[in-house]
Design a protein around this ligand. Structure first.
Ligand code: ATP
Ligand code: MG
Length: 354
């Protein structure tokens, strides 16, 4: 063993070079295989500020859907901030007003906003690590840093609440992202009071647009923000398309221009299995809040609504069944094992007879 160990050590430099070469081959061939199997294409990566993805897909969600025989819906993304891929004749350095480097993405819950944000970030990473990307075409100007803020998490042991984590991450992005960065922000401002959150999201969009000037995707349920597109020349509104069908939502997972006017949160809650009385009550509260409009005292509105118990309890309790009568009448402590067994048979008989 000592001899073998000594022989290996003597060749250590050669062996580790061979190992490194094999590792590089392994990565390259695995990526090549993936590209061939999953229809990935070679991206164009250059020094421009382009971000143009045609028919992009999320590699992991697509593979998961494929296992259950479902199709992933591809989507385009165009955030180019110079004339590299955008409209002919546009001025350079992101100042042509037709260049929309910041997309504000609205749309119902479950429609695919987070998926779209992450697939574009993944495409940038894959392109820059030398892989082919899940799209029909992709042109990416080198991204110096990728910033993302997604999901709700806390860090209680280190003294950070959910909202604090969200703000610390947002602060890092607004303080550091630059013209060459790519930013994805998923639902800023959700962890605090509605108007506080909306105000923070509003100011963050303006800062990203005016100061950071990064290529960015910003998903939100604050539909109020979509009016910013009138004021900010490089901001475009994009939305996830849905169809309404017999009171339910059907998700098309298509990104298109425009703004959503509602989030269908209650319909999605129904799909998730919230109890029917809760859904009915939520619909009533929503209707009252929407009627009241901005500035109405919600406390008063809620007072005006019939109480939950009065409005949502099932109409009349169903008549008592024979089984229920029998169960109510008995005292389990007084039963012998034999009587208990007989009781089970009797109850069973009653259920069958009913
Ligand atoms: N392009 C797509 N094609 C097919 N299915 C998709 C697509 N995008 C998303 N989905 C499916 O929809 C689910 C929900 O997507 P996602 O979490 O992105 O929605 P969301 O709009 O961010 O919702 P929320 O507002 O609740 O966060 C995904 O888990 C995926 O199964
Ligand atoms: Mg989401």
């Amino acid at each position: 063993f000592d001899e073998l160990a000594a022989a290996v050590v003597a060749e250590a430099a050669v062996l580790s070079r061979a190992a490194a070469a094999l590792a590089a081959l392994d990565v390259a061939s695995a990526l090549a295989e993936l590209a061939a199997e999953r229809r990935h294409v070679r991206p164009r990566v250059d020094q421009s500020l382009a971000f143009a993805v045609k028919a992009g897909r999320h590699p992991v969600v697509e593979a998961a859907l494929a296992r259950s025989g479902e199709q992933f819906v591809p989507n385009d993304c165009e955030l180019s901030a110079d004339d590299s891929g955008a409209a002919p004749g546009a001025q350079s350095r992101g100042d042509a007003p037709d260049q929309k480097r910041l997309w504000l993405l609205t749309g119902p819950n479950m429609a695919g906003k987070s998926t779209f944000l992450r697939q574009n970030a993944l495409i940038a990473i894959m392109a820059q690590m030398g892989a082919f990307v899940p799209a029909d075409e992709a042109h990416i100007g080198v991204v110096d840093r990728l910033f993302s803020r997604v999901g709700a998490a806390d860090d209680l042991a280190r003294g950070r609440s959910t909202f604090m984590v969200e703000m610390v991450e947002t602060a890092a992005i607004l303080n550091q992202a630059g013209e060459r960065s790519l930013v994805i922000l998923d639902e800023i401002g959700r962890g605090t009071a509605t108007y506080d959150g909306l105000s923070i999201a509003w100011a963050a969009v303006e800062h990203l647009h005016e100061v950071n000037r990064s290529r960015a995707l910003f998903a939100t349920h604050y539909h109020e923000l979509t009016v910013l597109a009138e004021k900010l020349s490089h901001l475009a509104n994009a939305t996830m398309r849905v169809k309404e069908w017999k009171g339910d939502v059907v998700f098309l997972h298509e990104v298109g221009p425009g703004a959503a006017d509602r989030s269908y949160g209650i319909q999605v809650a129904k799909l998730a299995g919230l109890p029917a009385p809760v859904i009915a009550r939520a619909q009533a509260v929503l209707a009252a809040l929407e009627k009241g409009g901005e500035g109405t005292k919600t406390a008063k509105l809620i007072d005006d609504l019939p109480l939950f118990s009065a409005s949502a309890r099932p109409a009349a309790p169903a008549a008592e069944s024979a089984v229920e009568r029998e169960l109510k009448a008995l005292n389990p402590d007084e039963l012998t094992p034999k009587q208990a067994l007989e009781l089970v048979y009797r109850l069973k008989g009653l259920v069958r007879g009913e």
